[in-house]
Design a protein around this ligand. Structure first.
Ligand code: IPM
Ligand code: MN
Length: 357
């Protein structure tokens, strides 16, 4: 009997459905040549769920996610729902499912091969060979800290972390470092924030107790943002809190020339949530302009999580081969390339992936 993995698809809004469609195309082709089966259910999330159920993350969607081995999410949000506030916003649906799945560690890898270094807004010599992984804490910090308030005259959020929350995400970063180049850069604002001082002390203590074989350094978020642009090759694993990781990972995404390249995996309790970092991009939705690469790379992270390394490697190698060819979606296209639609790019990538299996 071959294994069957259940995947819950949450296409969401904007370009979400388009990139999810390409991922399913790729995954089906992989499953056909592998020893496992994939089964899908689809549920509403974000703006699509507000339209259908008046709730950005209905209980039926949460139940469908929890009945699966993994969740693939396209993107949520868009101008149609921008006037909504608080728990009714599409984004709060995303925060809710992260919390429900206890997906406290968000992994955002960036690798820049030569074929992408040409598209970078930075000097090719500064970015070629970049290979870094941001481990962002995802279910705490200022995104979730209480109290929260807004009386129209004054508003506040609370940045709050406990030792337990810091330790569990730091562990993920140290473990990944051991599988990579053995370096962790913990990013905080310990020169100003009390919460960052606890963060730094906790990371140091854990390092001394259990991970002293890993090289550990600390950097302030403002400096880290600058270093990301000046010398991104210095980073291996970056460990940071929710809001700093949100900002720093977008910066890291541009190293390869497009936000359309950056995948993510949010893990914790066993059911992983895999989503591209790029968001719903409403300005290009429905026009075949979206880059499917970030979503497809998120599928590779899912297959890693399933412990199907051959399939995950096939995606990465196939993608590399596809990028050797002079075809690019709009975000990466210039006079050296032929313009591809989302699904043409998906076809090319799928064909190259299948050759690896
Ligand atoms: C991300 C996004 C989300 C975040 C939004 C859409 C809630 O920007 O995944 O980085 O801020 O976490
Ligand atoms: Mn973000």
């Amino acid at each position: 009997m071959s294994k069957t993995y259940k995947i819950c698809l949450l296409p969401g809004d904007g370009i979400g459905p388009e990139v999810i469609a390409e991922s399913v195309k790729v995954l089906d082709a992989i499953a056909e040549k592998s020893t496992f089966n994939l089964e899908y259910t689809t549920a509403n999330a974000g703006g699509a769920a507000i339209d259908a159920h008046n709730d950005p993350m209905p209980q039926s969607t949460i139940d469908a996610c929890k009945a699966s081995n993994a969740v693939l999410l396209g993107a949520v949000g868009g101008p149609k729902w921008d006037e909504l506030t608080g728990a009714m916003r599409p984004e709060s649906g995303l925060l809710k499912i992260r919390k429900e799945l206890d997906a406290f560690a968000n992994l955002r890898p960036v690798a820049v091969p030569l074929s992408l270094a040409e598209s970078s807004p930075l000097r090719q010599s500064a970015v070629v060979g970049v290979d870094l992984l941001t481990v962002r804490e995802l279910t705490g910090g200022i995104y979730f800290g209480q109290p929260v308030g807004n009386d129209g005259n004054e508003a506040f959020n609370t940045m709050r972390y406990s030792v337990d929350e810091i330790e569990r995400v730091a562990r993920v970063a140290f473990e990944w470092a051991r599988k990579r180049r053995n370096k962790v850069m913990s990013v905080d604002k310990a020169n100003v924030l009390e919460v960052s001082r606890l963060w730094r002390d906790t990371v140091k203590t854990l390092h001394e107790a259990e991970y002293s074989d890993v090289e550990l350094d600390h950097m302030y978020i403002d400096n880290a943002t600058m270093q990301m642009v000046i010398n991104p090759r210095q980073f291996d694993v970056i460990l940071t809190g929710n809001i700093f990781g949100d900002i720093l990972s977008d910066t890291s995404a541009t190293l390869g020339g497009s936000l359309g390249l950056l995948p993510s995996a949010s893990i914790g309790s066993g059911i992983g949530l895999f989503e591209p970092v790029h968001g719903s991009a409403p300005d290009i939705a429905g026009q075949g302009k979206a880059n499917p690469i970030a979503m497809i790379l998120s599928c590779a992270m899912m297959l890693d999580d399933f412990d199907e390394p051959a399939a995950a490697t096939a995606i990465r190698k196939g993608l590399e081969a596809a990028l050797e060819q002079p075809l690019r979606t709009a975000d990466l296209c210039n006079e050296d390339y032929t313009l591809a639609t989302t699904s043409e790019m998906g076809d090319l990538i799928r064909d190259e992936i299948v050759k690896q299996l």
